[in-house]
Design a protein around this ligand. Structure first.
Ligand code: AR6
Length: 205
């Protein structure tokens, strides 16, 4: 299933699938502050991209590397179908009173900014923070979609931003939030294309 929101001449696409197999210029990773790899998307990206990603992180940022929550850094993409990986750190959900939405917003905007600086035309994002870090999907969806939409509105090179969701449950929540944004924002058209179903994504991580 693919859903699209036109943002001026650019496009935000909601896709169900595995972020490691879709060819784009930049794949955004759900990383941790020490950029040390982990589970979820992070594990999948390092497995699919191979040791070159970690080696490049080490080379660029050193052994004591730190990427604070809400920020992002870049590395090579190794064997992934991309030119770069942007490693972004989303916040851990702590009940909503710890500026989680600000940090989540910032993680997307930092990633967007980096991808734009790299001259990327296409970028795929996962739903940062909504897995291991426990951010409720219903609360994360409008923050994530609005951050990507605003990124597209001010973008330089980026023409298409994909939000790639692994599982069906969150997808339905994001679909409804995207419909809401399309109705209230008046920014471009909203198109559902039920003809495109990759059918290949897993249901759990
Ligand atoms: N493609 C697309 N989405 C995926 C994939 C995939 N291959 N795999 C998982 N997801 P998470 P976080 C979804 O946990 O919450 C790591 O240990 C998943 O269903 O990857 O930001 C890091 O090192 C969920 O909706 O990221 C950090 O310590 C979303 O991606 C920490 O986990 C994000 O889930 C980051 O946790």
């Amino acid at each position: 299933m693919t859903l699209e929101l036109a943002v001026g001449s650019r496009v935000l696409t909601l896709i169900k699938g595995d972020i490691t197999v879709l060819p784009v210029d930049v794949i955004v990773n759900a990383a941790n502050e020490s950029l040390s790899g982990g589970g979820g998307v992070d594990g999948a990206i390092h497995r699919a991209g191979g040791p070159q990603i970690m080696a490049d992180l080490q080379h660029r940022y050193g052994k004591r590397r730190q990427c604070p929550t809400g920020s992002a850094v870049v590395s090579d993409a190794g064997d992934l179908p991309a030119q770069w990986v942007v490693h972004a750190v989303g916040p851990r959900w702590r009940g909503g009173g710890f500026l989680e939405s600000d940090f989540l917003w910032s993680a997307y905007r930092s990633s967007f900014h980096l991808a734009d600086q790299l001259g990327a035309k296409t970028v795929s994002f996962p739903a940062l923070s909504t897995g291991i870090l426990g951010y409720p999907v219903e609360k994360a969806a409008p923050v994530i979609l609005n951050a990507i939409k605003e990124g597209l509105e001010g973008a330089g090179s980026i023409e298409r931003a994909n939000l790639v969701l692994f599982t069906g449950g969150p997808l339905a929540i994001f679909e409804s939030a995207l419909g809401e944004i399309a109705r209230s924002g008046g920014s471009g058209s909203y198109e559902a294309d039920p003809g495109q179903d990759d059918g290949g994504a897993g249901d759990d991580v």
